[in-house]
Design a protein around this ligand. Structure first.
Ligand SMILES: C[S@@+](CC[C@H](N)C(=O)[O-])C[C@H]1O[C@@H](n2cnc3c(N)ncnc32)[C@H](O)[C@@H]1O
Length: 230
């Protein structure tokens, strides 16, 4: 990125709220809508739910390691925002146990139907599907210990509005965790607009009362960027 483009991006992201911008010249996998200098990706449709549940995902992304890092505790309330087919929802449900709760949020009713069918089959009662809106996660205020987005944030058509709702939903000291494919690494085999750099994530979170506490960089393809509500 050129120096001028970098300065323009910094200025755009310093505004509160940062403005959205539409460009005609853009990545074919993107929406043409830009936020803080980043192009927003197209939403992955429910037709691709099978890709989310592919068996080789364990080897490629090491979700078990991710869940060790998260250290979710029994009894907690976790929001799995952009839950998709529930790949991470079941692991979170196991960690919080029956005294806790997982709110599985998605904007596609078809994804929530997959989650409900699996929850019924597994007889899991502490997972609640929530149909969100593109600009509202529909979360209760002040009740969430952890809001996690795995491969989701870069798809939000309204990242500012979504993050405002998510931060409001956190308890004091609650965590927001973004798991994104590393844009810094050319070897990660994911389309460019579906990746995010750590620097970009931190820049976009700076508008909110969040403190960056840690970035875990030891998963094969993704970084795990952890924030705490101030
Ligand atoms: C690539 S999938 C990832 C699903 C899941 N987190 C996983 O890792 O298997 C992204 C999901 O985010 C959802 N999504 C996109 N924008 C959203 C929004 N504003 N609110 C909630 N979910 C959203 C999509 O519908 C899709 O199911």
């Amino acid at each position: 990125m050129g120096r001028l483009a970098f300065c323009v991006m910094l200025v755009a992201c310093a505004a509160d709220p940062p403005p959205y911008e539409t460009r005609t010249d853009h990545d074919p996998n993107g929406t043409g809508k830009f936020y803080c200098g980043r192009e927003i990706a197209l939403v992955m449709g429910h037709e691709a739910a099978g890709w989310l549940d592919r068996p080789e995902r364990e080897e490629e992304e090491r979700p078990s390691k991710l869940h060790d890092l998260l250290a979710v505790k029994a009894g907690q309330t976790v929001a799995d925002v952009g839950a998709g087919s529930g790949y991470h929802t079941w692991r979170l449900a196991k960690a919080v146990g029956p005294t806790g709760k997982v709110l599985a949020i998605d904007i596609q009713p078809e994804m929530l139907a997959i989650i409900k069918e699996k929850a019924d089959r597994k007889k899991i009662k502490h997972v609640e599907g929530v149909l969100g809106k593109i600009d509202d996660p529909k979360l209760p205020a002040g009740q969430v210990d952890l809001a996690i987005m795995v491969d989701v944030y870069h798809e939000f058509s309204h990242p500012y509005e979504m993050m405002s709702g998510i931060v409001k939903a956190l308890k004091p000291g609650g965590r927001v965790v973004l798991v994104e494919y590393r844009a810094e690494d050319d070897k990660v085999p994911i389309k460019e607009v579906h990746k995010m750099s750590e620097r970009q994530v931190i820049r976009e979170m700076a508008t909110f009362p969040l403190k960056h506490v840690k970035t875990h960089a030891d998963l094969p393809w993704q970084h795990v960027i952890v924030f705490e509500k101030k």
